[in-house]
Each structure stands twice: as structure tokens, then as C-alpha cells.
Design a binder for this molecule. Structure first.
Ligand code: C5P
Length: 228
């Protein structure tokens, strides 16, 4: 795995890392890991099977047996769970909140570790999450920690939900973001924090294309295009 070039993008909810990761993966023609989707999928299945979200062992078993496919279609990724398209189902705020609850279990994180590492394939991987640079890919070649103010992140998330025709109110989205931040930052296992060797970028007030342009120059310095 160490000779496969890897770029990690970590950061809180709504920091834009999902969109930016997709753009970088497309730019380099690399694989993409949306690790948040894995946590959301586990939360979805746990809910469908009426598993208590405090039952770490039962939820870890769900994580081990997850039958999922990520299909890249132009600019979007379709997520298929046991043959069913669940892309929209896992994008809800409820699913995100449940994902942050189940993500606090050591056994669940352990169960998803190997699955996440298996995404590292030639010619390279862009990995998006909370602990990509710290725990899953500590040897990544470039680590980015993207953040923005909670208000700006809530605004972006609110627009995203509206675009997907999902009902939401801005104050509720902001409250959810703050609650998830708190849970992600304070958990004892793999808390949200920048790796020591990560490049920090606060993108409050920046457009996606401005963030992408800044990161492209970092990638250029690394000259990944000639590797792999
Ligand atoms: O990134 P996304 O919002 O889809 O993640 C949903 C939740 O999954 C996060 O709030 C976080 O609690 C959890 N997560 C995590 N570690 C990751 C990715 C996501 O704990 N690498």
C-alpha cells in the first residue's frame, strides 16, 4: 500500500472536502474513498435491522458484511447497497447523525479499517473523511485538513439538502453540524483532528473553484501526475 500515492482530505461536516475530493480524483484520474458514506451505510443498515445504535458489536458485524458498490458516473458517485441505489437515502441529516453515533464504537471503526485501506489501488487514491491522515493512511503523500466556520458549513449543507429536495431548516442544520462536530472532536477513538504533517486550509469565504485551485498547486508541487 505504501507505494500507491495517496492524498487525504479530512475535516468537519460541510467543509467541502467531499466535493473537492471528487474534483481532485477526477483531475488525477485516481480512485476515490468517501469514508463518511461507509459510516452512513452502516448506520442505515443498523436502522433497517432495528439494531440499537449503542450495540457496538452488532453494528460492527453489519460493517464487516456490508455489501456495497460505489459506481462512478461522470461527476457523481452512485452508492448501491445489496443491489439497491441508496445514494439519496444516506444523504439525509438523520443518517448523518446516526453515522456519527455509530462512529464512536471502537469495534465499528476497526471493522471498517481494512475495507477503507483496500481502496488504495493504482494509480492512486483520494481519501475523504475524519481520520484518513491520522489513522487509516498515516503514510499518505499529501494530507489536507479543510475547515470553514460552522455557519458557512451549515449554509452549504442546507443548499445541498435543498438541491436534493430534502426538507430542512437552516437553524436545524446548524444545530446538527455543531452537535456532530462536538461528537467527532471529543470521541476517544480517532477524533477529528489534523495529522501533524497536514496542510491546513480554512476555506471560509472561498468558492469551491478557489479551494480547488489552491490545492491543485500543492498537488503540482508533489508532481503526482508523473507517479503511479
Ligand atoms: O463525512 P460524512 O458527513 O458523510 O460523515 C458522517 C459521519 O461519519 C461523521 O459525522 C463522522 O461522525 C463519521 N465519520 C467518521 N470517520 C470518517 C468519516 C466519517 O467518524 N472517516
Amino acid at each position: 500500500m505504501h507505494n500507491i500515492p495517496i492524498i487525504t482530505l479530512d475535516g468537519p461536516s460541510g467543509s467541502g472536502k467531499g466535493t473537492i475530493s471528487k474534483l481532485i480524483a477526477k483531475h488525477l484520474n485516481w480512485h476515490l474513498l468517501d469514508s463518511g458514506a461507509l459510516y452512513r451505510l452502516v448506520a442505515l443498515v443498523a436502522e433497517q435491522h432495528r439494531i440499537n445504535l449503542t450495540n457496538g458489536a452488532a453494528i460492527a458485524a453489519v460493517a464487516v458484511h456490508l455489501d456495497v458498490q460505489f459506481n462512478t458516473l461522470d461527476d457523481t458517485v452512485q452508492i448501491v447497497l445489496e443491489g439497491e441505489d441508496v445514494t439519496l437515502a444516506i444523504s439525509s441529516e438523520q443518517c448523518a447523525m446516526n453515522a456519527s453515533r455509530i462512529a464512536t464504537h471502537v469495534l465499528v471503526r476497526k471493522a471498517l479499517k481494512a475495507r477503507q485501506r483496500a481502496f488504495a489501488k493504482s494509480p492512486g487514491l483520494v481519501a475523504d473523511g475524519r481520520d484518513m491522515g491520522t489513522v487509516i493512511f498515516p503514510h499518505a503523500h499529501l494530507k489536507i485538513f479543510l475547515t470553514a466556520s460552522a455557519e458557512e458549513r451549515a449554509n452549504r449543507r442546507y443548499k445541498q439538502l435543498k438541491n436534493n429536495s430534502i426538507n430542512a431548516s437552516l437553524p436545524d442544520v446548524l444545530a446538527d453540524i455543531k452537535q456532530r462536530d462536538e461528537r467527532d472532536l471529543s470521541r476517544s477513538i480517532a477524533p477529528l483532528k489534523p495529522a501533524q504533517d497536514a496542510t491546513l486550509l480554512d476555506c471560509t469565504g472561498m468558492s469551491i473553484s478557489e479551494v480547488f485551485a489552491q490545492l491543485r498547486s500543492l498537488i503540482k508541487i508533489q508532481d503526482f501526475k508523473t507517479q503511479g
